[in-house]
Design a protein around this ligand. Structure first.
Ligand code: FNR
Length: 364
């Protein structure tokens, strides 16, 4: 009886028990078209599924009696201190999950002292977001676009205290998500305006600004515009990781856009080890795609990532209870990571390495 009461207390105080439960809640609460837009992957959705499956293949090594009370989960990202190796990835249309969702997630990131990547197509402007989160580091995500526009956004990010520019390099082809077509999601997009574009809707803003054919020279141009470090998001192959270094990136995010751009790509975690090997410590490597448990974060760090970012879990948390829901999701991942560190005998993030991974792996 006491145990049940304790569990209910946790439920009422801290929310649901797993990211899957937040997802399930969002499925019931949100209009079908919104839930599908948040959740579905491109084509046959194999990339999106592989992102999650990749984590399930790995098992951890349990180590005991290591006399660890509370592991230190803090780390640095490009020399900035963060309290956790988990960050909020750039995701759009947070207002579809909760009113002023951009501000809710920014406040949650600030309270947790974690990195937040703010998308350039956020509904609130990058300045408004910076004003509500003065506590933790923020990076601005952009797409390669016409030069003048680049410059303006980057200048604004510099002035508002952003610490890096994340250039998404895997968003330059048209994605096919069947449910979005069925649900005619574009009708909803026409009604959503964007804080950094004088209130223009997404389709107008995107088609006016984003270049369709981007190249590595464009990356070099961006590095000339600013002294802020440039991070490339959407690297999936070692050759591209090496080109990222060559063209001046200070970090990369191993990512397939959460499987939203193309099916038939491998899971992000699966390609991580070869990329880490190629990069050989020259730049920092982060990962997103399929992170749903603290153990997933530990696995990614063990395979060489410096930090992980979440996309959909953030939207599911927002859908549950706005800022409070995002904090609950972060708390869940934090507690789970702590458990995983205790179980594998890691006192600090720097102790997480390949030795925490078990030789017993599943062929799934
Ligand atoms: C995204 N993602 C994304 N990425 C980006 O660089 N710019 C963007 O504007 C968006 N927008 C966006 C909207 C929605 C609804 C989702 C779900 C995702 C991709 C995102 O940053 C990240 O790469 C993936 O979401 C990570 O995978 P998980 O955590 O969702 O599995």
């Amino acid at each position: 009886k006491r145990m049940f009461a304790k569990m209910m207390h946790r439920h009422l105080k801290k929310g649901l028990f797993s990211i899957e439960e937040y997802q399930e809640y969002a499925r019931k609460r949100l209009p079908r078209s919104t839930f599908d837009y948040f959740t579905d992957g491109a084509g046959n959705q194999s990339t999106q599924q592989d992102n999650e499956t990749a984590f399930k293949r790995y098992r951890l090594r349990q180590r005991v009696l290591k006399n660890i009370a509370a592991p230190d989960m803090s780390t640095t990202l490009l020399d900035s201190h963060v309290t956790l190796p988990i960050g909020l990835g750039p995701v759009l249309r947070k207002s579809w999950a909760w009113p002023k969702g951009d501000l809710c997630s920014a406040r949650a990131a600030g309270e947790y002292g974690i990195c937040e990547i703010v998308p350039c197509y956020s509904e609130q402007s990058l300045e408004e977001i910076a004003r509500v989160n003065t506590e933790s580091i923020k990076w601005l995500q952009i797409y390669l676009s016409k030069q003048a526009y680049h410059k303006e956004l980057i200048r604004r990010a510099e002035a508002a205290g952003y610490k890096a520019i994340v250039v998404t390099v895997d968003g330059h082809w048209k994605r096919i998500v069947y449910s979005d077509w069925r649900n005619m999601i574009f009708k909803h997009m026409l009604k959503t305006t964007h804080g950094n574009f004088n209130g223009d809707n997404f389709i107008k803003a995107y088609s006016q600004h984003v270049v369709e054919h981007a190249s590595w020279d464009d990356i070099q141009e961006v590095t000339k515009i600013t002294n802020l470090p440039i991070i490339l998001k959407g690297i999936m192959e070692p050759e591209d990781a090496l080109l990222a270094i060559k063209y001046g990136a200070k970090a990369i995010i191993v990512s397939n856009h959460g499987g939203r751009m193309m099916d038939s790509l491998p899971g992000a975690l699966d390609v991580l080890p070869n990329i880490v090997k190629a990069v050989n410590g020259e730049i920092e490597v982060y990962l997103d795609g399929g992170v749903r448990y603290g153990g997933d974060i530990l696995k990614a760090l063990a395979l060489g990532a410096k930090a992980c970012f979440i996309g959909r879990p953030l939207l599911y948390g927002l859908s549950y209870q706005g800022e409070e829901g995002v904090k609950q999701v972060l708390n869940l991942l934090k507690e789970d990571l702590e458990r995983a560190m205790l179980c594998t005998g890691c006192k600090s993030i720097s102790q997480i390495g390949p030795s925490v991974i078990s030789e017993y792996q599943l062929a799934c």
